[in-house]
Write a protein that binds this ligand. Structure first.
Ligand code: AMP
Ligand code: MG
Length: 335
């Protein structure tokens, strides 16, 4: 038997499991925990050993930096430099919540967290479970999503178990994550904040608070600055294809042909476009919030029951669609 194989426990969050979580973290082991976005795979951010274990457990590329998570009463200036006053407005408006900010780091966590960049990404998650865990450990926790690299991000404890069973000791179970997609990543090292990854805190919400904000996702230089955005991501373990919603008839055709071949396809789409289609449906709902919340859950349901997921681009009318399409277009192959 391989002695590295662990007996992974799933536990609800209570005093006993929080003591266990604290002990594991202090011993440089890993703990998966729920947040309002997706489940995180947490390790002590000040420990090279723990941070290395995160990269190993996930099979994460060595140049994809991690986000440090802290509880809501933690003094951020222990970790980072706040260079612009607008950051205080963002903190007031959005934290705790699904907004990660990239600051100049102070060098107080393992260098492996930022993969050699001199910046540090920090976030204060809002969910009760995340706060209970972060309060109990009272230490900065480096945490990517708790899935095997490139697979769909987990939004239940069971999803985490399916990917990381045998690789970590403890999964804290806080039920389904309501947000459903990862945090917005915002570079706050420049005069105008720049969105490196879209999420539930949208560009219009940020502009309302600080006046200006830009997207940086598609420029070559920004790919270097936020290496994570260049990787394939979120892919389920079945075939996928993505159609533009204006091509819904082509999508129907594609579906019908698969059925003729004896395959079992499912549409992954919002309920509005589904009214024009017929066949199996992994329902995403209607509003931007609903669609974000359902996206990974449905992809992970789909990989179990379908042999082909046919995604259709969403149009909820909200700028959350940006974050949703950023994930969906990486999860599904282009038609
Ligand atoms: P994940 O852990 O999968 O949610 O990915 C974390 C995201 O945050 C990736 O897109 C990273 O590129 C981004 N990120 C983390 N740290 C930094 C940093 N110091 N500078 C820029 N982007 C970062
Ligand atoms: Mg991830």
């Amino acid at each position: 038997m391989n002695s590295n194989i662990k007996n992974t426990i799933i536990s609800k969050i209570d005093d006993k499991s929080l003591i266990l979580a604290k002990n594991l973290i202090e011993n440089e082991e890993l703990v998966a925990f729920p947040t309002e976005t997706v489940y995180g795979l947490g390790g002590l951010a000040t420990s090279d050993t723990a941070v290395k274990k995160i990269f190993e457990a996930k099979g994460r590329p060595q140049d994809n930096p991690l986000i440090v998570h802290v509880h809501k009463d933690y003094d951020l200036t222990q970790l980072v430099c706040i260079d612009f006053d607008y950051v205080y407005k963002l903190i007031d408006a959005f934290l705790p919540g699904p907004l990660t900010m990239v600051f100049r780091g102070k060098g107080n966590v393992s260098k492996l967290v930022s993969c050699g960049l001199d910046t540090l990404a920090v976030r204060i998650p809002s969910s009760k479970g995340a706060q209970a865990f972060l309060k109990a450990v009272n230490l900065p926790i480096a945490a990517p999503s708790a899935n095997v690299s490139k697979h769909t991000s987990p939004v239940t404890a069971e999803h985490v178990y399916n990917d990381l069973n045998g690789k970590i000791d403890l999964i804290l179970d806080g039920g389904k994550c309501e947000g459903g997609i990862e945090s917005t990543v915002l570079d706050v090292t420049c005069e105008v904040p720049r969105i490196l990854r879209s999420g539930l805190v949208t560009i219009s919400m940020i502009k309302k608070v600080v006046g200006n904000c830009v997207y940086a996702e598609n420029k070559q230089t920004d790919k270097v600055m936020s290496p994570g955005v260049k990787y394939t991501h979120y892919t389920p373990k079945c075939d996928t294809i993505l159609f533009d919603r204006k091509d819904y008839l082509k999508a129907q055709n594609f579906y019908d042909n698969l059925v003729k071949q004896g395959k079992n396809p499912y549409f992954l789409c919002d309920d509005i476009i589904y009214e024009k289609l017929s066949g199996n449906h992994l329902s995403l709902g209607i509003t931007g919030e609903e669609i974000a919340s359902n996206l990974y859950y449905r992809l992970l349901e789909g990989e179990k029951i379908a042999d082909f997921i046919i995604g259709i681009t969403v149009d909820s009318g909200s700028d959350i669609d940006n974050g949703i399409m950023n994930r969906m277009s990486k999860a599904c192959k282009k038609a």
